[in-house]
Design a protein around this ligand. Sequence first.
Ligand code: PLP
Length: 395
Amino acid sequence: MATINQNYWNLKESYLFSEIASRVLSYQKAHPDAHIIRMGIGDVTLPLPPAVIDAMHKAVEEMGHAETFHGYGPEQGYHFLRQAVGDYYKQKGVCLLPEEIFISDGAKSDLGNILDILGQDNTVLVTDPVYPVYVDTNKMSGRSISYAQANQQNHFLPMPDPHLTADIIYLCSPNNPTGAAYSRQQLKEWVDFANQNDSVLLFDAAYEAFVTEDLPRSIYEIEGAKTCAIEFCSFSKTAGFTGTRCGYTVVPLELVRQETSLNKLWLRRQTTKFNGVPYIVQRGAAAVFSPEGQEQVKHNIDYYRHNAQMITDTLDKLGIWYTGGKNSPYIWLKCPHDMDSWTFFDFLLENAHVVGTPGEGFGSCGEGYFRLTAFSSHEMTRTAMDRFYAILRQK
Ligand code: PLP
């Protein structure tokens, strides 16, 4: 008899977004005239930049002619894109070789897949609240997980603690869901901690392009990171690739555990289990780094930043505590009047017809907090914030 991976029995039902959808649906049914504004989703709303579309059109045309057709490509990505990513890192003062960069179909896949090359018995440390993918992928492989508590006292940026040793450490900065971003000095402490303990730091930089302050946008800006860290990045939020699918993972050649290069292991894993990202998509992704592409991407990110500013201005006026918004498309606020996360969700839905994400859904430390995103349109964000202000000013 075939047995199953019983670790799946230990997964909690991913109830968060289905519970939100069901509450919104029943409210809409009961109030068909209510104009509900969704400020909870993590998907972008602006289309792909024109430079990306042009490059993809050209690539489609190439695929239609025998002389320029592309079949299977290199599993780790075409050289033109790895080179372009490497040049982008140079702007951050980070030197990477093309063979340290692996093109992927998005950060989510690689964040899960990376566990293939790490020992089953490794212990894992994540923050609470957390991007749920880190937790579930480790539960699927039966690893034990401990949590570093993020809270108002540490500004939702937990620091290493000698009691919290772990073989695999996940950090996400700027963070989803809290929008908080680590400073250089704070990341240096994590890098030192990982090197001292021979841990591997899995650094999720999916939101690096949203950083506006003088904060690190790559873990490799921190001295010592190349001997302990793997970095995951994505074109999803930077350039609107959520539906197009492209990202990259950096595994430095200097990263060695048990006398084995993790770069070589990852290459072996990818060449065995992955057949690469479509040529057309990689051409589109490379166009993100062209001068026009960079200009257009900056324009889109500024658009979302403007939304974030509308949200944080409203919270400032109401005197509500929050993190995020400045260096991130996420704003993480303390629920007013000590409401719990779901009570505030219902309150906002019923009184302002605005939907956000209850912080409790990201971990127990998220209870009493709430996430709003800046990915809506200016008009929707303005209307949502006017309503938000009106109901909370009176309360
Ligand atoms: N990492 C974080 C922190 C995210 O919030 C997301 C998407 O929301 C991802 C990774 C996944 O990105 P991708 O679309 O590249 O799979």
